[in-house]
Design a protein around this ligand. Sequence first.
Ligand code: A3P
Length: 285
Amino acid sequence: MKLLNITLLIVQRVFEFFGGISQYIAQTIASLRFIKLIYKPIPTDVFIVTYPRSCTTWMQMIIYQLISNGDLEFNHIGEKIPFFERIPFSNIRLKGLPNPRIFKTHLPYDKIPKGKCKYIYIMRNGMDVVLSYYHFYKSYLKYHNNFDAFFKKFLDGKLQSKSWFNHVLGWYKVKENENVLFLHYEDLKNNFDATIVKISNFLGIELNKDKLKIVKQNSEFDFMKNYEEKFDHANEILLTMGIKPKNFLRKGTSDYGKIEFDDKKIQLFEKKMDEIFKSKTIAKI
Ligand code: A3P
């Protein structure tokens, strides 16, 4: 195991070194190493499992509201409930996560780490999924083809998350396992309160009327839409890579560099200008 881990790490580093398209291969290896060799399930771990566009984010918010009693002080929900497969190339560390560790994942049943932890699977009507996924592909993955072509790919299982049919079937087969809770998006839509009771019982979280009210209020579509930056996919990638958006238009003043630099840095800077520009006037432009 250890030897395999080290070998994979070396291969991963080689791909990382070359950058560009090799970066994707490096990320795939990093993910594989993480899932198979590094992560070890513990009984308090919880996985929110979905095929993409099946209400993963909604469930993340519901569960976080349940365990935090309505906390909204986060930049992105992914800081609280990280995207499992992306952990190895994010700034999230397993050791830094509070207990219980709750993850979101799109892994099919045959690929997910098995253990005494809990799995909440959410299935959504496939036709709603394909439409929602199509819009996601267009907005976030630079997909330029039409819906007919996308639909064919969906039916053939040729999208990023492979076959929706196999994903659902794999999890459906284990839905009676005591550590699996199999839910439908439509249950949440049509029978919110009863579904939240089910989730709380499954996770052993105490629920009362006040908490239910907060969870309901803070996970309503309009409320979440209002705070969309806390749920947006692109923001999650940026934040978990340690990139902080909203710093692009920073101060808009001149000379702040000189104020913040010490004398040594100013001298080094001016020396470099003299060397390269070979004229004192150009630097004054
Ligand atoms: P639509 O594209 O049909 O609007 P995921 O989080 O797995 O990517 O799923 C995204 C889908 O869940 C989107 O579907 C999104 O609008 C829907 N969704 C997210 N939050 C929701 C909420 N609070 N209530 C209802 N649907 C929600």
